[in-house]
Design a protein around this ligand. Sequence first.
Ligand code: PLP
Length: 528
Amino acid sequence: MVHGPTAGSPAAASDSLAHGATAATAVATATVAATTATATATAAADGAAAAVSAAPGAAVPKDLPSVDRLLRDEAVTHLMARHGHAFVAAEARRLLEDWRRRAVEGTLAAHELRHLPAELERRCEQRLAPRMRRVINLTGTVLHTNLGRALLADEALQQVLACMGSPNNLEFDLARGERGDRDSLVESLLCEITGAEAATVVNNNAAAVLLGIAALAGGKEAIVSRGELVEIGGAFRMPDVMAAAGARLVEVGTTNRTHARDYQAAIGPQTALLLKVHTSNYAIQGFTASVSEAELAPIARAAGVPLMTDLGSGSLVDLAQWSLPAEPLPQQMLADGCDVVTFSGDKLLGGPQAGLIVGRQDLVQKIRKFPMKRALRLSKLPLAALEATLRLYLQPDRLTQDLPTLRLLTRPVDQIQAQADRLLARVQDAVAPRFAVRVSAMRGQIGSGSLPVETLPSSGLVLTPQLPGKRGVGRALDELLTALRALPLPVIARVQSDELWLDLRCLDEAREEGEFIDQLALLKESLA
Ligand SMILES: *Cc1c(COP(=O)(O)O)cnc(C)c1O
């Protein structure tokens, strides 16, 4: 029950104070004194229970204004002009309920009441603030799934901006003036880049695999090597995907070794698909054998069964030219005789989340016409970004400049180290004396399951807690991680061997480096 203070009572004075966030100090002081007096008096009047909790200087529920009274405050009027009555009133109600609870507990100080309008404004802003926010990725993992994977190229951002606020030709053939197919916006590009006969796109690569299996092997058998029955993350496990797609999984070979004869022996009248899965999330090393797509293609062809390969990342350009670990290319897989190849849009390709399916005309058509395709289709938003990203591949010499993923992956280590040298003194100043800072060589990762055993040589800063022993190291690192995440532009770092590592590979020099530096004063404050 809300009890607004009666006019003329000391509580009313505190109410008017609450309204005047900018009230003169003299007035404020006088009123705080009045509020304190009221609190004490009310506590006494309310009996033992209240008296126990209400410490001197604590506010009691009666000191709080009603919602209506709070909304009549001048500062709050301005808030309502900006955000409307409904939103501000709801926030005011919530705030007053919280503070009333605190007053009952005796944890609300009387002097806080004058900050009520300011607190309301803070809460309104907080509630309206974007939930999805930029962060600075200093984890050293370039394609970090938790941090949104590939960064979109400017070209892709511009395309999204240009087309999403307007009607567009998503499914309209401008030349003929009739209904078109959304696939056609990217199909010719994908065919040109990969040499495929046909292409289609869906929501992500998981969807591409599911759809491919369902359309090509639903109600029949699909053969997969036991070494490739991967779990990609979340609930995406190949045996479960098979079941969901309505195909019967036929496992061949063993975990570490599968031979061509294993596939041959398993092929029967019910076989509808041979499936290869790129083991991107782990490496099988030692006594191993697997059958490459090039070896498997003639076996599939002889049996009259299509061969599909799930490349996971799949790079459209040969990464070895920049001394990066090589990833299989869709164009190579098609040249090796694969009938269908699927890969992700937001891994090495450097575009939006999407699942790309390229291959033989008749099979892609079958996939495209399969009813499940409608449920998995790519929306216009990523489609716009994907089309623009694929267009960048028409100028391969420009990719390391224009495509952020390749720009970051090919950043020279000496450039990263020079950046670390530039930042050293400033970071030292922000975290001293609690942490020592040094520039160090380090190893990052491509991420998104690309060759997890290979690491990217990089450079950055290592922060070591300055403590006499091991005790408290974990807490100190936690506190630092938390402080970095709490910055206006959150910084995501990693902990390794009792130290905090800031891998600078992904710290963009043009924009983020300055933003990072600008926040160091705040970091220093929060660690003080
Ligand atoms: C990442 C990956 C997928 C899933 O791709 P998404 O685009 O994330 O859905 C499927 N298969 C393999 C081998 C992968 O590496």
